[in-house]
Write a protein of this length. Structure first.
Length: 341
C-alpha cells in the first residue's frame, strides 16, 4: 500500500499530531526524535542511526550527560530571567512553561532526577534564592549582570541625593518659620468670672464680627456686663488688630523666604559638581602601585575616555599605552604660563 497523499485527511492529521507535545516514554534524547506511538519508538530503536548514537554515547557517557545538564540549566535560567525577572515564583510554574517547548532538553537526560533536586542545586550554587513552603518550592532569580548592578547603584545614588536635597529644603523652611516667629509674643486668652450684682439683671453679649467696635456699643456693653466684660472686648479688638498686622507681616516673610529658596536652588545648580573629571589630552599622574615602580608616580597623557570613568593613557617617558580607572589617576598642576582645561 502506497503512502497517503500530502493533502489527504490522514496526512493532515499526522502533521497536526506531530506539532504538539508527545509522550515522554517515546522520546529519544540522544537522537532528539519524538515518536508518536510504541511501534514507531521500537522501529527507531532498531534503526542504524540510533545504534550509532548509542555507540558514541557509550564511549564517554559523562560528557553527554554534562552537555545535556548544562543546556537544561542555561535554558531554564534564561526562561526564569526573561519571563519572571527577580520575582518569587513556584518552580513548577517555570518548569511547565519550559517543557511546553517541543524541542526542550528532558530532565531524565540530565544529572538531576527530580525538579526538587534541581531546585536545591540552584540554591546551593547561589544562582537563585530558594525556600520551601507547604505549597512546594519557590525560587527567585539573582541578577548579577554588571549593567543591572550599575543601574541599581546609580538609581540609589540619585535617590539619596534627592532625599538630601529635600532635607536641606525642609530644614531651610523650618529656619525661616522660626525666624519669622521670633520676637512675637503669643497672646493667651484671659478668662474672667462673670458676676451679676442683681439676679434679675439680664446678661447681653455683643456678637458683632466687624473690624471696628463703636464707642457707644462698648459703653452699652460695659454698662450691662461690668468692667470685666469691657476688658474682654478691648482685648478681642487688640487681638484682631494684631492678627491683621501679623498677617501682612507674614505675607512679606513668605515672599522673602520664597526668594531665598529660589536663590538657594540656583546656587546649588551652580555649585553642582560631577563625580567624573577625565578629559582627552590632559596630563595625569599614575598613583596606583599595582603596576609596579615602572609606572608609579609617572606622568601620562589621556588619549581616550571610555564610559566617563576609564581612560587610555600614553606614558610620556616610555610611550606605553595603558587602560586605567579614574581612581588610579590624579591631575597634574601645570607650571605657570601653560594653558589649563
Amino acid at each position: 500500500m502506497g503512502k497517503s497523499d500530502f493533502l489527504s485527511p490522514k496526512a493532515i492529521a499526522n502533521r497536526i499530531k506531530s506539532k504538539g507535545l508527545q509522550k515522554l516514554r517515546w522520546y529519544c534524547q540522544m537522537c532528539q526524535k519524538q515518536c508518536r506511538d510504541e511501534n514507531g519508538f521500537k522501529c527507531h530503536c532498531m534503526s542504524e542511526s540510533h545504534q550509532r548514537q548509542l555507540l558514541l554515547a557509550s564511549e564517554n557517557p559523562q560528557q553527554f550527560m554534562d552537555y545535556f545538564s548544562q543546556e537544561f540549566r542555561n535554558d531554564f535560567l534564561e526562561l526564569l530571567r526573561r519571563r519572571f525577572g527577580t520575582k518569587r515564583v513556584h518552580n513548577n510554574i517555570v518548569y511547565n512553561e519550559y517543557i511546553s517547548h517541543r524541542e526542550h532538553i528532558h530532565m531524565n537526560a540530565t544529572q538531576w532526577e527530580t525538579l526538587t533536586d534541581f531546585t536545591k542545586w540552584l540554591g546551593r550554587e547561589g544562582l537563585c534564592k530558594v525556600d520551601e513552603t507547604p505549597k512546594g518550592w519557590y525560587i527567585q532569580y539573582i541578577d548579577r549582570d554588571p549593567e543591572t548592578i550599575r543601574r541599581q547603584q546609580e538609581q540609589e545614588r540619585k535617590k539619596k541625593q534627592d532625599l538630601d536635597d529635600e532635607e536641606k529644603t525642609a530644614k531651610f523652611i523650618e529656619q525661616q518659620v522660626r525666624r519669622g516667629l521670633e520676637g512675637k509674643e503669643l497672646e493667651e486668652p484671659v478668662y474672667t468670672e462673670l458676676n451679676r450684682e442683681h439676679e434679675e439683671e439680664k446678661v447681653a453679649f455683643n456678637l458683632n464680627k466687624g473690624a471696628s467696635t463703636s464707642v457707644a456699643a462698648s459703653s452699652k456693653t460695659s454698662s450691662v456686663l461690668g468692667p470685666n466684660a469691657l476688658k474682654m472686648v478691648e482685648g478681642a479688638v487688640k487681638r484682631k488688630d494684631s492678627a491683621h498686622s501679623s498677617g501682612q507681616h507674614k505675607e512679606k516673610k513668605k515672599k522673602s523666604a520664597l526668594d531665598e529658596i529660589m536663590e538657594l536652588e540656583e546656587e546649588k545648580k551652580r555649585t553642582a559638581r560631577r563625580d567624573y573629571w577625565l578629559q582627552p589630552e590632559i596630563i595625569v599622574k599614575i598613583v596606583t602601585k599595582k603596576l609596579g615602580e615602572k609606572y608609579h608616580k609617572k606622568k601620562a597623557v589621556v588619549k581616550e575616555v571610555i564610559d566617563k570613568y576609564t581612560a587610555v593613557v600614553k606614558m610620556i617617558d616610555s610611550g606605553d599605552k595603558l587602560k586605567l580607572d579614574q581612581t588610579h589617576l590624579e591631575t597634574v598642576i601645570p607650571t605657570p604660563g601653560i594653558a589649563v582645561l
